[in-house]
Design a protein. Structure first.
Length: 288
């Protein structure tokens, strides 16, 4: 068990609409939200990029200039902070994501480690959105890993299902990747792993033994027991407006800082200290 808990704040995500929720879009908004999370204990900021034109903040962007400006604003607001950059793209055109990694050199970047039918059903038994495939072929994953290797960016392997956890070990076995290992167990997507604390011992057993791990828990009140169990079992922690809008008591938050305060408190209840950015760099071995 790691005595120090590293906390990641997922500041805004790709699906959350700033017209409906308090998600940051501009570099200034991203920096202000990062500062609130930083003061509450987060040492890693996971960022998504949005289009910056008025009324377009609900749409994703792969503009390298936007990425640079957001990262610079966050680093100035949060000395020593670690950037974890998004990379997820459905479909064959992911050159923009690769360019953001190669040209901005974040310390960590998401590497979606397998494909998933991304589905959700509404209460009336209709699809919440048209069924889609979040495709992450081995060839696509290799492209991401090569880009990250070129700039000393550590991949965070995003695992949406049990089989994807097992795939990461195969990437290591075959030499697709040979650096520090970080697993992110994404739990709560309707067509992926449920947000069930009882799954964690199985997932920990299936990962490579030397690897660090954390949980991304997506949902409402049901995610907080999962976060607590993650802290008790030695995992690192993540929350933010990409993943959740509600605290354990059902109250809706208006800032990432409130979510980070809550997750830091449950880590301390598990007997864990919160890692500083410098300690997080040492734990994960970041070199940027």
């Amino acid at each position: 068990m790691s005595d120090k808990a590293v906390i990641t704040c997922a500041l805004n995500g790709v699906l959350t609409d700033p017209r409906q929720h308090h998600v940051p879009v501009t570099p200034e908004e991203m920096a202000a939200e990062a500062r609130r999370a930083f003061e509450a204990g987060a040492s890693i900021m996971h960022i998504h990029l949005r289009q910056q034109a008025p009324g377009k903040g609900h749409l994703p962007s792969w503009d390298v200039t936007v990425s640079r400006e957001i990262q610079q604003a966050i680093r100035e607001a949060c000395p020593g902070v670690i950037i974890n950059h998004t990379s997820g793209v459905s479909g064959p055109h992911y050159e923009g994501a690769l360019a953001c990694i190669r040209e901005t050199r974040p310390e960590i970047a998401a590497c979606n480690a397998g494909s998933l039918n991304y589905l959700k059903v509404k209460a009336d038994n209709s699809w919440a959105w048209p069924p889609m495939m979040f495709d992450n072929s081995v060839e696509k994953i290799q492209d991401y890993l090569d880009a990250m290797k070129d700039v000393n960016t550590i991949p965070e392997f995003e695992c949406f299902d049990v089989g994807i956890v097992r795939c990461v070990g195969m990437y290591y076995q075959t030499g697709m990747y040979s650096g520090p290992l970080e697993y992110n167990f994404v739990m709560g997507v309707a067509s992926g792993m449920p947000a069930d604390p009882e799954l964690l011992p199985i997932l920990i057993r299936l990962k490579r033994p030397e690897a660090h791990w954390q949980v991304t828990a997506i949902g409402r009140a049901e995610i907080w027991p999962l976060h607590q169990r993650c802290a008790e079992l030695g995992g690192h922690l993540r929350t933010g407006l990409e993943d959740a809008f509600y605290l354990a008591d059902g109250s809706k938050v208006t800032s990432n800082g409130q979510l980070i305060e809550a997750i830091a408190a449950l880590a301390r209840r598990a007997g864990r200290e919160i890692a500083t950015p410098a300690e997080a760099r040492q734990i994960f071995g970041t070199v940027n």
